[in-house]
Every structure is written in structure tokens, then in C-alpha cells.
Design a protein around this ligand. Structure first.
Ligand code: PAF
Length: 290
């Protein structure tokens, strides 16, 4: 497996499937990388699966958060190799952002500007995500890129961005990997205390309960109630939306349009995200079905 540091080397890897990450890889990332490897081989792409590891300063609202973000390149490289990746692209900031001209800020598609979801707690975050993804998709010759459903709004944003910029990269969704108790895997879970870990189960339980409700309003009320009852006081959002645009449903629309239930809440001061398919038309998978 190759480790490349420059944009020039990344461009010479050949057509590939990209798995964009910020490192500190866990089992959820490993599943995305294995999926990327399988996709690349199915498509017969010479570049195989390429994993990018870049802690992107432009998507952090808080510089302290960026400085504290864990970096463990040697361990991450070992994970990528074990999963069958062909290369790791680990640029520094100068390579990624040499100038505004080489790495311009691009307009954030509507799905990333919805003010009541990620924008509540991370204003401007998606501007940085769009900038880095636009740069990555142009530098690495990615025919496809794998994004986890765990960050569902980001997955929708990536799809909208490639369409907006005419990038020709197909966005492939990877299912959320869960701990045995249902908690969605995340690099942030290490910050949870034992008691916090127990409280955090309420997120996936609330989502499953929402799947049993027949209207978005009822599902939202049930999620808020369950999170409160579990002692989770800081809830950023618990919402049921159209799965494609992430906008609220128009009256009755949920009977024929796929939905997504999404939650974001703080446990032990750690911001946790989760989501599941919702609704009759939501394609609730057997793995997610209550
Ligand atoms: O989800 C992440 O790890 C990041 O937002 C991404 C997609 C790698 C962009 O920096």
C-alpha cells in the first residue's frame, strides 16, 4: 500500500474509489474502506480504494477543537492496509490549500444550508466540508466516493455538491456501524463516561421508537420525550425530514415520500449524531426495522 503526501502523487494513482476521512479510524471507517475496496474491484478501477486522511481546518468552528482533534497516522495507515486499501493520501494543509484559486470556497448546496439541522450547532461547518470535498474530488481521480450514513446530512450534501459542480463522482452510502447496544460508532464515543455511555443508548432507541410512529409530528414528540427521560438535557435537534432534501414534509407527503429521522444531542458534553430511515415510503431496512 502506498502513502502519498502530494497532490501530484494523488493524481497519479489512477481512477479509484475514494473514502474521505479525518483519520482516527474506528470500525465504522474500516467498514467504509472495505466497501470502497469491493466497489473499486467491482468497477475494475486500477487505482483501487484510496483513503484520504486530512484533518480539515476549514470545517471546524472552534480552533481549540481542531488543535485537540486526535491524530494517529501510523495506526490509521495500518487499518487502511488491513482493509485492503491501495493507497492513503495524507496531505498537509499547504498541499490542500495552497491558495484560494487552487482550492476555492464553493457554494453550499441547499441541503447543507437547512438552518434547523447541523447549522444549529455548527454554523459554517458545511462551507469547510464543501471546500475540502471539492478539492479532494478534483485531485484524486475518484469515480466513486463512499460516505457513511451516520453523517446523513453530509452524505446528502456530497451528492448535491458533485451534481452542482459537475464532478462526475458517484456518491455511495455506507450503512452505520453500531455497537452491540445500538450506539452508532463514532470517534467521539471515547469521551463518554460509563454512565454517559448508558444514557447515549437513548439516541438509537428514540430513533427506533420514531420508526413505529405514523406521523412526523408524533415521531418527533416521541424522540424528544425519550431523550429527556434518559436524562439528556441538551438536544440540538430530533427531527423527521424528507430523506432527499432534508426539508420538513408538506402535509401528508410522508405517505409517499421516503423519510429520515435524525437526532443530535449532547451526552457528557460530547455531541452525538444518529439517524435512521423513517416512514412507510422510507425503505426501513430489515436491520433497522423495529
Ligand atoms: O466526515 C468526515 O470525516 C469529514 O467531514 C470529511 C468528509 C472527511 C471531510 O473532511
Amino acid at each position: 500500500m502506498r502513502i502519498v503526501r502530494t497532490v501530484e502523487e494523488a493524481g497519479s494513482l489512477g481512477e479509484c474509489v475514494l473514502v474521505p476521512t479525518m483519520g482516527f479510524l474506528h470500525e465504522g471507517h474500516a467498514a467504509l474502506i472495505r466497501q470502497g475496496v469491493a466497489e473499486a474491484s467491482r468497477r475494475g478501477l486500477g487505482g483501487g480504494c484510496v483513503v484520504s486522511i486530512f484533518v480539515n481546518p476549514s470545517q471546524f468552528n472552534d480552533p481549540g477543537d481542531f488543535a485537540r482533534y486526535p491524530r494517529e497516522l501510523a495506526r490509521d495507515v495500518a487499518v487502511c492496509e488491513a482493509c485492503g486499501a491501495r493507497a492513503v493520501f495524507a496531505p498537509d494543509e499547504g498541499e490542500m490549500y495552497p491558495s484560494e484559486e487552487a482550492a476555492p470556497w464553493v457554494p453550499v448546496p441547499a441541503v447543507g444550508r437547512e438552518p434547523r439541522l447541523e447549522e444549529v450547532g455548527r454554523p459554517g461547518h458545511f462551507e469547510g466540508v464543501c471546500r475540502v470535498l471539492d478539492r479532494l474530488f478534483r485531485v484524486v481521480r475518484a469515480r466513486a466516493a463512499v460516505f457513511g450514513e451516520k453523517d446523513y446530512q453530509q452524505l446528502c450534501l456530497a451528492r448535491a455538491l458533485v451534481a452542482q459542480q459537475g464532478l462526475g463522482t458517484e456518491i455511495v452510502a455506507g450503512a452505520t456501524v453500531r455497537e452491540r447496544d445500538g450506539l452508532a460508532m463514532s470517534s467521539r464515543n471515547v469521551h463518554l463516561s460509563e454512565a454517559g455511555r448508558v444514557r447515549a443508548r437513548a439516541l438509537s432507541r428514540a430513533l427506533r421508537a420514531a420508526q413505529r410512529c405514523s406521523t412526523p409530528a408524533h415521531a418527533e414528540r416521541v424522540m424528544w420525550d425519550m431523550l429527556w427521560s434518559a436524562g439528556i438535557a441538551r438536544i440540538e435537534y430530533a427531527a423527521v425530514r424528507r430523506a432527499d432534501t432534508l426539508m420538513p414534509f408538506a402535509d401528508g407527503e410522508w405517505a409517499r415520500t421516503a423519510g429520515r429521522a435524525l437526532v443530535c444531542a449532547f451526552v457528557d458534553g460530547t455531541r452525538l449524531l444518529d439517524n435512521m430511515a423513517w416512514g412507510v415510503a422510507g425503505g426501513v431496512s430489515s436491520a433497522e426495522a423495529p
